[in-house]
Ligand binder design. Structure first.
Ligand code: FAD
Length: 303
């Protein structure tokens, strides 16, 4: 059992950024526990995914790069890119952490957190136990996909589980075997991951039908900006506008996916419409509410 002043759980941008700050406090005993690798969330992105927030080396003008985790470093300068891939960004995080010699233990999943009645927390990890006065939970929001947004979602692929769009093998259907024109891929969801899925599939030459409830790229001005499609994705969508491989269906509130007798899939919308496809539909329908904090939900008082 080791005693620390502060334990940070999670070596993503939040955890490492916080550790950089704690490193400035003389004599503070702290450590970062990471279940996998530094920047693991980013390492799991599909190969083609890019940061939507742009990076620019603005530090000399006194303005940190938008994606930097401290005031002196810049992902743009590190990777020489404006929209970094997940691996590039994870490598930037690792570089910053290694250079600052942050005390990070990778491959150390936190299994249990028990508050001590006299203050502090007992932490059980895969590698042993420790005690800390203060606990910083930095386990992210986008690691745990919602795999069950409606009945039949188990027949679909979730965006978070695609490693590389290029290696997605189209299924040879009865439709194709009978030399009939195959039906488009179906992507469900009109926000970042749905749009990025559709854009990547079209780029690979596939016909895509994108089902959205409403156009997140065309919302009233007063809408919370975090609910509006990013300018980067809007730009990429605009480039697709004249591409007849992409069809966008609006007012599609998907309520179920079922299997047809010939092995194809049927996607049902609340308004009674349905669409068939040979390929497992792609879910761009989001992540579990609460994200990584779900793991310690019993420690929170929910109002
Ligand atoms: C496809 C995609 C694209 C995105 N694009 C952007 C973008 O362009 N710009 C932007 O700002 N944001 C973007 N985001 C959001 C961004 O990924 C998050 O905002 C960011 O990762 C949050 O950082 P974090 O440090 O809070 O969490 P994370 O980066 O998720 O880090 C959490 C860490 O905690 C670890 N962990 C979890 N549970 C445990 C445990 N029990 N024990 C030990 N370790 C644990 C994980 O392995 C992980 O390394 C995107 C997200 C996704 C999914």
């Amino acid at each position: 059992m080791q005693n620390l002043d502060v334990v940070i759980v999670g070596a993503g941008p939040a955890g490492i950024g916080m550790a950089m700050e704690l490193g400035k406090v003389p004599g503070l005993q702290f450590g970062v526990l990471e279940s996998d690798r530094t920047g693991e969330s980013f390492r799991r992105w599909p190969t083609q995914t890019r940061l939507i927030t742009p990076s620019f080396y603005s530090n000399p003008f006194g303005l940190a790069d938008l994606n930097s985790i401290d005031a002196t470093t810049s992902p743009a300068a590190f990777a020489g890119a404006e929209h970094l891939s997940g691996v590039q960004y994870a490598d930037y995080l690792k570089f910053v952490a290694d250079t600052a010699q942050l005390p990070i233990v990778c491959g150390c999943k936190v299994l249990e957190v028990n508050p001590d009645p006299d203050g502090g927390f007992h932490i059980v990890t895969e590698l042993g136990e420790l005690f800390t006065q203060f606990l910083i939970w930095a386990c992210g929001e986008y690691q745990f996909p919602n795999l069950n947004p409606f009945p039949g979602a188990n027949l679909c692929y979730h965006y978070a589980h695609i490693e590389d769009w290029q290696s997605l093998q189209p299924i040879k259907s009865l439709q194709a075997i009978n030399n009939l024109e195959s039906r488009p891929y179906i992507v469900i969801g009109g926000y970042e991951s749905g749009l990025v899925s559709a854009i990547n599939l079209v780029k690979l030459g596939h016909q895509v039908r994108l089902l959205v409830r409403r156009p997140t790229w065309d919302l009233p001005d007063e809408t919370d900006p975090s609910l509006v499609l990013s300018p980067y994705t809007r730009e990429r969508l605009r480039q697709m506008e004249s591409n007849d491989k992409l069809e966008i269906v609006y007012d599609a509130n998907v309520i179920e996916v079922t299997h047809n007798e010939d092995g194809s899939y049927r996607v049902h919308s609340a308004n009674g419409c349905f669409w068939d496809t040979e390929q497992p539909p792609i879910l761009g329908t989001g992540f579990l509410k609460g994200g990584g904090a779900i793991q310690i939900k019993d420690l929170w008082i929910v109002g």
